[in-house]
Design a protein around this ligand. Sequence first.
Ligand code: AMP
Length: 564
Amino acid sequence: MEYREFVEVYENLGKTTKRLEKVDILAEFLERIKKKGEKEWVYLLSGRVFPNYEPREFGISRQLAIKAIAFSFGINEADVIKRFKKIGDLGEIAEEFALRKKQMPLVKGKLSVGKVFDNLRKITEIEGKGAVDRKLDLVKELLGYASGREAKYIVRTLLSDLRIGVADGVLRDAIAKAFLKNEERASEKIEEAYDLAVDWAIVFDAASKGVKELEEIEIVPGKPMNVMLAIKAKDIAEGFEICGGGKVGIEIKYDGFRMLINKTKDGEISLFTRRLENVTRQFPDVVDVVKRHVKGESFILDSEVVGYDAKTKKYKPFEAISQRIKRKYEIEELEKKLPVEVNIFDILYYNGKSVMKESFRERRKIVEKIVDSVEFKIKVAEQIVTDREEEAMKFYDRALKVGEEGIMIKNLNAEYKPGRRVGYMAKLKPETKDFDLVIVGAEYGTGKRGGLLTSYILACDDEGRLVEVGKVSSGLKEKESEGMTFEEMTKLLKPLIIEEKGNVVKVKPKIVVSVTYQNIQKSPSYSSGYALRFPRITRYRPDKSIEEITSLDEVEREAKKERK
Ligand code: AMP
């Protein structure tokens, strides 16, 4: 298959903002890939060459792309930079210069998808001495063969900025439309399969063969997967109601981070966060504790990992332990300074098979059977079973008194539904006005904050599209000892910059923050139609992905509540 065919689809997708049209275009194309392509090529539709959970990146900076463009089309780097300052999209610039260059007609437009895919993958694999030059060679090779449009999308892919508006939801609906034509709940079936496989190539391949194959997708230990999410309850009564009434399980809501603990039948232990990151290397202590204190040939456990002070044995808030997730080196030192306790609250897979369809009551029994609780190392999450609201209330009060975040209320009869905010689990915390939002832009500060990005444009989710809800500049600190600083945030945002105009930058939507506010106003200044008044960042949320941010519906609901 020629890369030209992909490029046509990218162009058509980029031309429309209508979701349904995008789904149509993609559905038709997926059928073509099925006939004459490789399943992995679906990654290219999201500008990738690996499943979403794979952290390997191209590692091509803007500077490097500028070099590659200049070399490939025989122009000065300074000229590329000049154009870039004007139009801000290196893809378009590559197209422009590629068209100007006289190419051999023999070479032009002969780029195959296989070649592009291979070179892109190789680029992610290159490490060590001379890596930059070797990467550059692979890019130059592609650009050498590329037509104008092909050059545009090669460059955009390398910079992870495809600009065609294909989110996972669109891909899901397109696979459903292409291959599950006469099925009811087609999109949901695709989504369910994706939550287990977290890999579009696997889901696309199975769906293209039939519903039966799709339904046969199963979880396997050793791979990341999406976890079950909770619904927010406003009080105990609503928590009971969400969980179907009658007897429910009530547990402490530990303030740490979610971890799926996997053991394969070969005894290999791996740890994943709810953002599908593999953190096995960062937590050798957890691997060790699981080896010693959990029985079972193979399993997948769901847990919350909490940090505590080594000396005082006091639990620490999530921020402290988030350092351990990020740290790739000198792990031992941090392990001593910031020890963790693992609280196991569920099991998804046990001794060779999935137990997700069993009731929570049964799953919990397995957890109790196989986990030996050892204080400050690993334990089964504290739980009471009750149908009485007063008893639940007492448990809640006690949890808050000892400084926990709140409680979880769980349906004992329910199966485990990965990736979903289903009513099998509710969370109850003291009322706070807060949203989880993603940063989509920022502004440089002035004076002593010059050079630092100090105010941030926030967005929520409107069915797969990001819409802005305001700008925040308070909440971050000057000193590291007080919490997240402007400097740290600037470091996180700088590599994500995709456009720069004056002192304002646009960034790739990656960084999620929890934001509290005083009230919500209608506002034409932001694309959501709302603006948060007096917003303040309360937390950086490296544990949350952009799929989990607050929806526009929620913002609207809160705004309405205020007006009542
Ligand atoms: P939130 O992050 O506010 O959406 O709350 C849900 C999160 O609470 C889950 O994703 C877990 O990381 C965490 N959590 C803490 N304790 C528990 C527990 N006992 N059961 C389930 N989730 C828990």
